[in-house]
Write a protein that binds this ligand. Structure first.
Ligand code: ACO
Length: 383
């Protein structure tokens, strides 16, 4: 017999379910707009720094000069970690994906913070700031460990510049900073996506900010979410040239395979972030003189839109971000940790916002099994 006392509505994957209110960001999937606290993403990407955008997400307004200086001081007050953690990161990057190292690194830092058993708002905020301050060095150290190099420590106070310096051991050019900073801003927040939701579920139990970020990293790792850009680039490299796009993409679609970097649960039009990143991918192709990858991507986009555009399938942010990161010199295995380097501001802001009016997340599942009662048979009598 099937359970009959469940007259609730069932939404697979919680699709369409509204489970929280927010003032932080709005994804307009019909009109292809992304808004942080009322500001269009295009304008923020063009004119802001990542720290200004993080401040905006956290506190609801753009900082003035003194707000920004104070905020950066807080982020940089305790922004490094010791070599012991680097050795752990080296061990974690030997056989597994760098996202596993990031998950372990955040959890390790939480274990070292004596305040991480506190759940009041001020402690959560201070944990979040401390963790964010360490994030550029943490992700850069994972990059160094993964590529077999020692860690580099820089005193640079800017989030973007410090990350690039500690990743590559040299001063980045203004153009590199501009492109990378834009990518960070574009990925900072995006509604109640899987990783943000995971962080909010963890914080709703009155757990701590390190745990919330660890939960978020765990769900960002998957190829249906943050892992898509790595796989999108792998596909482009496999396609190899624009002239192969039609055949290979066509064959994949016939086999019902997903083309990574296309489609979105909310956007049914062109993802506004993808538009901006496409422009930078094109600029970088010119800048580096290596245009084949970009040309292949443009052709894949054309094929996909001609075949699936009517179903609302267009490039998402992950389609062009991989080309941008690769052109800047990053190994594809670092793409998802770079996503986390940015999205931590959304996880942090939304977890903190949720705590102001906290309610434990506790959905239900539709029981489809036997309700019995089936007679229990002792182990020795079971056939
Ligand atoms: N490649 C091929 N076909 C696709 C793709 C794709 N990338 N995305 C959707 N479709 C197909 C679906 O199979 C479905 O086909 P059907 O009508 O024959 O059943 C149709 O298009 C409509 O799909 P949706 O219902 O709109 O897609 P859904 O909301 O279920 O999935 C998702 C969204 C998971 C993102 C999906 O598009 C996908 O798997 N994309 C590839 C992974 C990816 O790029 N993820 C990154 C998302 S952005 C981010 O997390 C940062």
């Amino acid at each position: 017999m099937i359970a009959s006392n469940q007259n609730t509505e069932f939404a697979r994957g919680l699709e369409g379910v509204v489970a929280a209110e927010t003032r932080i960001g709005f994804v307009d999937g019909i009109n292809g707009r992304l808004v942080y606290r009322g500001y269009n993403i295009e304008e923020l990407a063009e004119s802001s720094t990542f720290e200004e955008v993080t401040y905006l997400l956290l506190y609801g307004k753009l900082p003035n000069k003194s707000d920004l200086a104070n905020f950066k001081n807080k982020l940089n007050a305790d922004n490094h970690f010791d070599d012991k953690l680097f050795r752990v990161l080296q061990d974690c990057t030997k056989g597994s994906h760098p996202m596993s190292a990031l998950r372990t690194g955040v959890s390790y830092l939480g274990g070292l913070d004596k305040n991480s058993n506190k759940s009041d708002l001020a402690s959560q905020e201070s944990m979040g700031l401390k963790l964010m301050g360490k994030f550029p060095s943490l992700v850069a150290a994972i990059n160094r460990a993964y590529s077999g190099h020692e860690m580099i420590k820089s005193n640079e106070p800017d989030y973007t510049v410090r990350f690039l310096e500690e990743s590559f051991g040299k001063k980045p050019s203004e153009f590199e900073v501009k492109v990378f900073r834009t990518a960070l801003i574009l990925h900072a927040d995006h509604g109640m996506n899987a990783s943000t939701f995971a962080s909010m579920v963890a914080i709703s139990t009155l757990s701590d900010m390190y745990s919330a970020v660890t939960a978020a990293i765990s769900s960002l790792k998957g190829p249906l979410h943050g892992g898509a850009n790595e796989q999108a680039l792998e596909l482009l490299e496999r396609i190899g040239s624009a002239k192969n796009a039609d055949k290979i993409v066509g064959e994949m679609l016939e086999k019902k395979e997903k083309i990574m970097g296309f489609g979105h649960r909310v956007y049914k039009v062109y993802d506004p972030r993808a538009k901006i990143l496409k422009g930078y991918a094109k600029d970088l192709a010119k800048h580096t003189g290596k245009s084949e990858l970009f040309e292949t991507a443009e052709e894949v986009e054309k094929v996909m839109i001609s075949k699936l555009g009517t179903k609302g399938i267009f490039p998402n942010v992950d389609f062009y971000s991989g080309i941008v990161y690769k052109s800047l010199g990053f190994d594809p295995k670092l793409f998802t940790p770079i996503f986390a380097l940015s999205r931590i501001s959304g996880w942090f802001a939304r977890s903190l916002e949720y705590l102001h009016d906290n309610r434990l997340f506790r959905p239900r599942s539709m029981y489809k099994g036997e309700v019995g009662p089936i007679k229990y048979v002792p182990l020795e009598d079971r056939k």
